[in-house]
Design a protein around this ligand. Structure first.
Ligand code: ADP
Ligand code: MG
Ligand code: ZN
Length: 522
């Protein structure tokens, strides 16, 4: 496997990492962590000559990220992030990720790369360590000004990578590191990146679709992306995702959910002509077109192959409907979802276990007619079993922030709450039933009486906390006002509206967004 000059053993890009600082290891590290670190030292022994691996700072489906300390020649100690890629990653995929970092990284809020180690199929990408806060931890205390700057810097990173013809494909707060006190920002994780037609990244010219399959668990580690009980202890928990299939003897309630999950279908665009061509297309004609059912013809239809990476809640409509021509606009959509999340104080905003649920949630905000119309523009027919009106973004965000009255503060937790709704179920027939976040989540009603995808609400018992809540509403509002949430300018919602343009052809670009009046002073 030829990766890049960076990956030849022993030569640092700046030649400064020399002295081993191992042996200073803390004696009190949790057992699991110790095992993981030992495993990494064994897998890539060169690491031990340079780094004292202190902690694990990230663990995803495709990598584990560690904090490593190195002693520099001049005696200084520096911290690095060591990203150990899953050994089953495709070599081209790894090389492409590295090339994005080396070519576009190190400036404009894009993370750079210092070094790369490899032994056999183990690859470790070394990056400068950037201390950061998780958005979920700070969203409740962010000021509007912080949100404005955050989005500005995210758009700057996007403009930069888009200039290189890089589509990141996984824009979300976890991949945009934010240091609140030092006001530093860094876009990371090019593990799903793809190239535009004119990309300047040679390795992104390769068709990378399908190279990053859901891997089998390796490193003996927990997979935090799946719905396993939160590992509150350091006890090893096997990643277990149960699929509950609808049985023949399903009860009416179950059937309601499963039909809801199917009530929304991206289907092949048909010509407006009433008579479909009955030649080659014959086998594709079906009985369920424009209904909320799925027939056997549809079930047996070959899936359209289109890149569909990323996290459902951040995916653009053209990604969710598997539109084959996807461009840099998909990252801009994700930035829009982040802005929506920050303005409304809800994270994550859209929490969907699959693409159709994600699309339904988009419709509850952006309108079903509007979504259907946009999909038509990019060649997809979308059917929704009921009409969902488009929401006013300011009203929506202010309601979710509790700044405006809503018809009912809270509705009982799912599923009782959604009896009347056929499109907003988040429990699909194949959702893991033991997922704790699902069990405790609540759905919220916005000003228009629409069930919204909710989130980030602490799972308090609404009965016992009602009084506390009401009395704290005023003081909370005062605090919020101090953070500038009483004077969010129209420009913020105008930009949000343009980032969340359902049609990628008219969606604002990152470069244009940076010129938006919201940022005139920056
Ligand atoms: P994955 O492909 O597994 O998502 P990422 O590159 O997104 O891997 O890294 C996972 C996590 O590790 C990030 O969300 C972040 O918290 C942490 N991380 C990654 N790179 C750095 C870095 N350079 N400095 C500090 N933390 C980092
Ligand atoms: Mg990531
Ligand atoms: Zn059909």
């Amino acid at each position: 496997m030829e990766l890049s000059p960076l990956c030849t053993e022993g030569i640092s890009t700046d030649g400064c990492v020399v002295k081993s600082v191992r042996g200073h290891r803390k004696s009190k590290v949790p057992r699991d962590l110790e095992i993981d670190i030992e495993f990494l030292y064994k897998a890539v022994p060169q690491l031990a000559k340079v780094f004292r691996i202190i902690d694990k700072i990230g663990e995803g489906t495709f990598s584990s990220v560690y904090l490593g300390e190195a002693q520099m020649r001049d005696g200084r100690r520096e911290m690095f992030a060591l990203k150990h890629l899953i050994p089953t990653s495709h070599p081209t995929r790894i090389a492409a990720e590295l090339q994005c970092l080396t070519v576009a990284g190190g400036r404009e809020n894009v993370m750079g790369v210092t070094y790369c180690f490899r032994k056999e199929d183990h690859v470790v990408i070394v990056m400068p360590y950037m201390e950061h806060q998780a958005i979920v931890d700070i969203i409740g205390s962010l000021s509007f000004e912080e949100v404005r700057l955050y989005i500005y810097h995210l758009l700057k990173a996007l403009r930069h990578i888009h200039q290189f013809g890089i589509i990141h494909r996984d824009i979300k707060p976890n991949n945009f590191l934010y240091n609140r006190s030092s006001k530093m920002y860094a876009l990371v994780d090019f593990g799903l990146a793809q190239g535009t037609e004119e990309t300047q990244i040679e390795l992104l010219k390769v068709d990378l679709t399908g190279l990053r399959k859901v891997p089998r668990p390796v490193f003996g580690e927990r997979n935090l992306n799946s719905c396993t009980p939160a590992p509150s202890t350091t006890k090893q928990v096997a990643a277990k995702t149960e699929l509950v299939k609808p049985s023949k003897t399903e009860d009416p309630a179950t059937r309601r959910y499963s039909s809801a999950s199917r009530s929304l279908l991206p289907v092949r665009a048909q010509s407006s002509s009433q008579k479909p061509q009955r030649t080659v297309q014959q086998s594709l004609t079906c009985n369920c077109y424009l209904t909320d059912r799925v027939c056997n013809v549809c079930m047996s239809r070959k899936q359209q192959v289109a890149p569909r990476a990323g996290t459902p809640g951040f995916r653009a409509p053209e990604v969710l409907t598997k539109c084959p021509n996807q461009g840099t606009a998909i990252d801009v959509w994700s930035a829009g979802v982040i802005l929506l999340s920050l303005l409304s104080g809800r994270y994550p905003f859209f929490k969907a276990s699959d693409d159709l649920i994600a699309l339904t949630q988009i419709m509850t905000i952006r309108g079903s007619r509007e979504t259907i119309q946009a999909a038509k523009a990019f060649g997809k027919a979308v059917v929704c079993s009921r009409e969902l009106p488009r929401q006013d973004l300011r009203t929506l965000c202010e309601t979710l922030r509790g700044r405006r009255p809503s018809p009912d503060d809270e509705v009982p937790p799912f599923p009782e709450a959604s009896k009347d709704s056929t499109v907003t179920h988040r429990h699909k027939d194949n959702t893991p039933t033991h997922c704790p976040s699902e069990r405790t989540s609540k759905q919220h009603i916005n000003g228009a009486g629409q069930t919204l995808p909710n989130h980030q609400e602490h799972s308090e018992s609404s009965e016992t906390t009602r009084y506390v809540k009401q009395s704290s509403v005023t003081s909370r509002k005062v605090e919020e006002d101090e953070r500038g949430w009483d004077k969010v300018p129209d420009e913020a919602y105008d930009l949000l509206d343009q980032l969340l343009d359902l049609n990628p052809a008219t969606r604002i670009t990152a470069a244009q967004a940076l010129q938006h009046p919201l940022f005139t002073d920056l």
